[in-house]
Design a protein around this ligand. Structure first.
Ligand SMILES: NC(=O)CC[C@H](N)C(=O)O
Length: 232
C-alpha cells in the first residue's frame, strides 16, 4: 500500500497520520499541495487534519481549490482510495468530492476531547477490521464539525448506507448529549457513492498507541493496508 499524504500550509496532523499508516505497514510519501500529480502507484491519497490557510473563509475552502485537488479528484474517479480527516473532511466537502458542508460547531466553541463513535458498517476498505456496531474511542479537535446538507442529500446518504460513523455514548447509544457539534443525525463521517472516499471529523491517527491513551484508531489504518493486501 502506497499512501500519499498531502500537505497544505497549516496542516498539522500530517506526521501523525503518516505514523499511523507506517505502523499499519504502508509506504508513505509526502506531497505538497502545489504539486499537480500524485506519485505513480499511489493507492491512497490522504488529506490530513490541521488549519489549512488558517481556516480563512471557511475551513478547507482555500485548500479545496489547491492544484493537487484535480489529481485527487482524478484518483477518486478511477476508484482510488481517499481519506480526509477533520480538516481533510472539510477539504473533501469544499472540493465537491463529498456532499454537504461542515459548519461552525453548534455552540460556537472549539471542542477538543475524547469521543465515542459508532461504526456503522464494517464492509468497506476503511472499516473491515472493525465490527458493525462496534463502539470505538477516538479524539476530536475541531471548530467546524457540524455536518449539514439538504434533505435530499441526507436521504440519499442514509438510504445508500453512506454514513460511516455516528457520535454516540460509551454504550453505543446515539444521544443529543454525545453529539459534540450539532451534526445532523450525529454524523461523524460519510462515504462517497462508491465507498472509496471517506471523510471523518474524529482523529483515529491519534489513538494508535497505548502509551498515549489507546489503540482504537488502529483498525482504520489496518483496514486500509491489510484490506488492500487481501483484495490484491
Ligand atoms: N483538527 C483539525 O483538523 C481542525 C480542523 C479545522 N481547523 C477546525 O477547527 O474545524
Amino acid at each position: 500500500m502506497k499512501a500519499a499524504v498531502i500537505v497544505f500550509p497549516g496542516s498539522n496532523r500530517d506526521h501523525d497520520v503518516a505514523r499511523a499508516l507506517r505502523q499499519a505497514g504502508a509506504t508513505v510519501v509526502s506531497v505538497w499541495h502545489a504539486d499537480h500529480e500524485l506519485p505513480a502507484g499511489t493507492d491512497l491519497a490522504v488529506l490530513p487534519g490541521g488549519f489549512s490557510y488558517g481556516d480563512y473563509l471557511r475551513c478547507g475552502a482555500i485548500a479545496g481549490r489547491a492544484a493537487i485537488m484535480d489529481a485527487v479528484r482524478a484518483h477518486a474517479a478511477r476508484g482510488g482510495l481517499v481519506l480526509g480527516i477533520c480538516n481533510g473532511f472539510q477539504i473533501l466537502c469544499e472540493s465537491g468530492l463529498l456532499p454537504g458542508v461542515l459548519m461552525r460547531n453548534a455552540d460556537l466553541h472549539f471542542v477538543c476531547r475524547r469521543q465515542h463513535l459508532l461504526v456503522e458498517r464494517a464492509d468497506t476498505p476503511f472499516t473491515n477490521r472493525y465490527a458493525r456496531g462496534q463502539v470505538i474511542d477516538v479524539c476530536i479537535a475541531h471548530g467546524e464539525g457540524n455536518y449539514a446538507a439538504d434533505a435530499e442529500t441526507f436521504a440519499r446518504l442514509d438510504g445508500e448506507g453512506r454514513v460511516a460513523f455516528r457520535y454516540c455514548d460509551a454504550s453505543g447509544t446515539v444521544t443529543r448529549e454525545a453529539n459534540p457539534n450539532g451534526s445532523f443525525s450525529a454524523i461523524a463521517g460519510i462515504y462517497s457513492e462508491r465507498f472509496n472516499v471517506l471523510g471523518m471529523m474524529p482523529h483515529p491517527e491519534n489513538l494508535i498507541d497505548n502509551l498515549v491513551g489507546g489503540t482504537d484508531g488502529r483498525g482504520l489504518f489496518d483496514s486500509l493496508v491489510a484490506g488492500l493486501r487481501t483484495a490484491a
